[in-house]
Ligand binder design. Structure first.
Ligand code: GLY
Length: 381
C-alpha cells in the first residue's frame, strides 16, 4: 500500500516533467543530454543507433497513461523516421527489437495501425534472418564484411526475442517462435554461469556452431559481471517465459535475479560491473531500472502460481522497489529545465565519455517500471 502510494507520487512527477520535456523536444530522437538539453540522433548518420526506439516507447507509455495526443504525434514521428533504417541493411542488426517493439509494434498494439504492423514484420524478418541454424543463435552486430563477428552472440539479444514472439502471434508462422526459443536455449546453456551470473559476449564457430570463447564486452574484464548484461538476462528470460510458458526460462530469470540481489549494495545503487575493483565507484542506473522491470515481471508471474509463488514473489518485488526508490531519491533530476530524469547511467566500463551520463533508456525503463507498479503500462516487450 505504502509502495503503491510512493509509486503514484513518482508517476505524477514523471507526468508533470515529461509533458514539458516532450513539448520542448518533439522534433528529436534523444540519446543523452548536453548541459541538460537532449541531443538528437535522427539524422542519416545517427538514425541507426540501437537506442532510437526508446523515445517513441516513452511517448507511448505516456500516451497510454494520459491519452494526450502530443505523445502519440511524437511516437508516430519517431516510428516514421526509423523507415530510413529499414532501407539500410547495415543499420539493421540484432537490436531490431529495441527499435521497433517500442515504436511500430506498440503503435499496432494500441491503435491497430497496419503500416506499423508492416514495419514490425519487416524488422522481425530481418532479425530472424540473422539466425545461425548450426549454432542455434542470433548473430549480434555487423562487421566490415570480413565475417569477423559472424559467430558472435550477446546476452542483450534476449530483449529482442519478443519481436519474434510478436511476429509469431500475428502471423501464426512457427519459424519466429522456433528461432526465438532456439536462441534462448543457447543463451541459457552458454551465457548463464553456475553462480547465476551472465557472460556478455559468446563467440561460436559460425560454420560448425561450436563454442569458441567469451569476450569482455561492455563490462570490466573478461569473465566479470557487467550489470546491464545481468539486467538484460533477468528481464529477457522472464519475457521468454511470459511468451512461451517454458518454466526453465523463469527459473533462469530467477537465478540471475538472485545473483543480482545478492550483489546489490545496501544503497540500492548499482555499479557498472559487480566485479569492478572495490575502490571503483562507477555506477550504472540503467542496470537498476532494467533489472527492476525484470524483477517486477518475475514477481507477477510467481503470483499466478498459488500460495508458494505468492510467498516468493515479494523477494523480487521488494528488490525492484528498493532500486527504484534509490533512483527516485538519489539519481533523479526533477527540474523541468533539464530534459533527462535519471542520472549516472554508463554505456560501457571502458568508455570514459559514456560514464555516468544521462541515457534515454535509463529514463525509459524507470518510467516503464513505475508504470508497471501503477498499472499504467502498455506492454512493449
Ligand atoms: N544493448 C547494448 C547495451 O546495453 O549497451
Amino acid at each position: 500500500m505504502e509502495q503503491l502510494q510512493w509509486a503514484q507520487e513518482v508517476s505524477e512527477k514523471i507526468c508533470h516533467k515529461m509533458r514539458i520535456v516532450a513539448e520542448r523536444n518533439k522534433e528529436k530522437i534523444p540519446y543523452t543530454t548536453v548541459d541538460g538539453v537532449f541531443d538528437d540522433k535522427s539524422d542519416d548518420n545517427t538514425i541507426g543507433w540501437w537506442t532510437n526506439g526508446f523515445w517513441g516507447g516513452m511517448m507511448w507509455q505516456l500516451y497510454n497513461a494520459t491519452k494526450d495526443e502530443l505523445y502519440k504525434e511524437i511516437a508516430v514521428s519517431n516510428e516514421k523516421k526509423l523507415d530510413y533504417v529499414l532501407m539500410h541493411n547495415k543499420m539493421l542488426d540484432h537490436d531490431n527489437g529495441f527499435k521497433w517493439l517500442p515504436t511500430a509494434v506498440a503503435n499496432f498494439r494500441l491503435n491497430g495501425d497496419e503500416e506499423a504492423k508492416n514495419r514490425g514484420i519487416l524488422a522481425a524478418d530481418n532479425l530472424a534472418g540473422r539466425f545461425n541454424p548450426v549454432g542455434r543463435f542470433i548473430r549480434a552486430w555487423n562487421d566490415g564484411g570480413d565475417g569477423v563477428k559472424a559467430g558472435w552472440a550477446i546476452i542483450d539479444c534476449m530483449m529482442n526475442l519478443p519481436l519474434l514472439y510478436w511476429a509469431h502471434e500475428v502471423t501464426n508462422d512457427p519459424r519466429y517462435l522456433q528461432i526465438a526459443t532456439m536462441h534462448a536455449d543457447t543463451a541459457q546453456k552458454y551465457f548463464i554461469r553456475e553462480d547465476g551470473s551472465s557472460n556478455h559476449i559468446v563467440e561460436f564457430d559460425p560454420v560448425t556452431g561450436e563454442y569458441v570463447r567469451i569476450y569482455r564486452g561492455q563490462g570490466y574484464a573478461e569473465g566479470s559481471s557487467w550489470t546491464r548484461g545481468q539486467a538484460w538476462a533477468i528481464y529477457g528470460f522472464a519475457l521468454s517465459y511470459i511468451h512461451t510458458g517454458n518454466e526453465s526460462y523463469l527459473n533462469t530469470a530467477k537465478r540471475v535475479a538472485n545473483y543480482f540481489i545478492a550483489n546489490t549494495p545496501e544503497s540500492g545503487l548499482i555499479p557498472v560491473d559487480f566485479r569492478q575493483p572495490v575502490d571503483c565507484t562507477l555506477e550504472d542506473s540503467t542496470a537498476a531500472a532494467i533489472a527492476a522491470c525484470g524483477m517486477i515481471e518475475i514477481a507477477k508471474q510467481l503470483e499466478k502460481k498459488g500460495e508458494l509463488g505468492v510467498n516468493e514473489s515479494h523477494i523480487y518485488l521488494n528488490a525492484a522497489v528498493k532500486m527504484l526508490k534509490a533512483l527516485d531519491e538519489k539519481r533523479s533530476n526533477w527540474d523541468d529545465n533539464c530534459d533527462a530524469i535519471i542520472e549516472k547511467c554508463t554505456s560501457a566500463f571502458h568508455d570514459a565519455k559514456g560514464h555516468e551520463i544521462t541515457i534515454i533508456y535509463g529514463d525509459y525503463y524507470f518510467i516503464e517500471a513505475i508504470w508497471k507498479l501503477t498499472e499504467q503500462e502498455i506492454f512493449i516487450w
